[in-house]
Design a protein around this ligand. Sequence first.
Ligand SMILES: [Zn+2]
Length: 333
Amino acid sequence: MPALRPSPIAPTVDFDKDGVQHGFLRLPYSRDDSAWGSVMIPVCVIRNGKGPTALLTGGNHGDEYEGPLALYDLARTLDPKDVAGTVIIVPAMNYPAFRAGTRTSPIDKGNMNRSFPGRPDGTVTEKIADYFQRDLLPRADIVFDFHSGGKTLDFVPFCAAHTLPDKAQEEKAFAAVEAFSAPFSMRMTEIDAVGMYDTAAEAMGKVFVTTELGGGGTSRAETVRIARRGVVNVLRHAGIVDGAVEKSQTQWLDMPSGGCFAFAEDDGMIETMVDLGETVEEGQVVARVHSTGRTGNAPREIKARLSGLLAARHFPGLVKAGDCAAVIGVLVP
Ligand SMILES: [Zn+2]
C-alpha cells in the first residue's frame, strides 16, 4: 500500500508546549462563499510537563450537548498548575455538524462515528477522522468521547466502555467508567462497530471511555452536572488532574447480546409503555406503534427480548420501520 499523504489539517496550537493554548484545527475547505476558506475546529491544549495525555472530545455527533457544555467549560477553567501531563480538548469534533445542530455534517452528510479511519484525501468528515486517527489518537493514553442521544434517542445517564478481547485494556477502561460516577455504568455492545472512533482508539490499545447522557437534541441540568463532574473525575483517576475522585453510587448495566435492542417494524406513532429507568421483564410490551392512515387498526406491540431496565428509547413521537425503539440494559448485581 502506498504511504498516505499528510493530513491537510494544520493545528494553530503546539501540543508539546506547556501552558494553556486556545486555537484551531484548521482544515482547508474551498467553497462558494470562501474560495480559500477553512473549517476552524476549536481545540484547547493544557499541558504541564511530562505525564499522561488525555484526549477529550464532544460533538462527535452535532446534536448532542452535554459533552460540548462540559468541555468548553473545562477548557476555560482548568488550571495548568493542577495538571500533570497533557489535556487535549476538542469540544465539537464534527464542527460543521455541531454548527448545524445535526448528527451528521451538512457538508458531506458524514457521520463522524462511522468515518474512521478516515482519509486525508476524502470528504471534510473523512479528513477530520483521519487527523484524529493519525495525529491525535497516537498522542493519547486515555481517550474520552462524550455522546448523548441526539434528536432521535434518549438515554438514562451512563458512562460506558466496551467489553474487549484484551482483558487488561478492558479492566482499565471499566475502572475509568467507575471513576466517572454516572448514575449508571454500562458494559457496552454496539449494533455495528465498524468505522467508529471507539473502535479506532481501542485497536491502538488506548483506554477508551464514552457516555450516553440524555438526548432529545438538548441537555438537562442534571445531565450537564454529571458530565462536568465526571470528566474531572476521570482526569483525577488517570493522575492527570490533582485531587480525589468524587465517587458516587453507580448501577452497572450489561448489554450481553443483540437482544438488548428492540426495533420498530412499522411506521407510525409510538407510544412508550415504560419510562427510562423502569425495570422490564422479558416479553413485556415496552412500546406500541399506532398506524395513523386509517382508524380501526390495532397497534403493533414492541416487546423486550430480555429482562432488565429501559436504558434508551426512541425520542420523537413518530417512528419509522427500522428505528431503534428501545434498549434494555441488564442489571448487574
Ligand atoms: Zn452520539
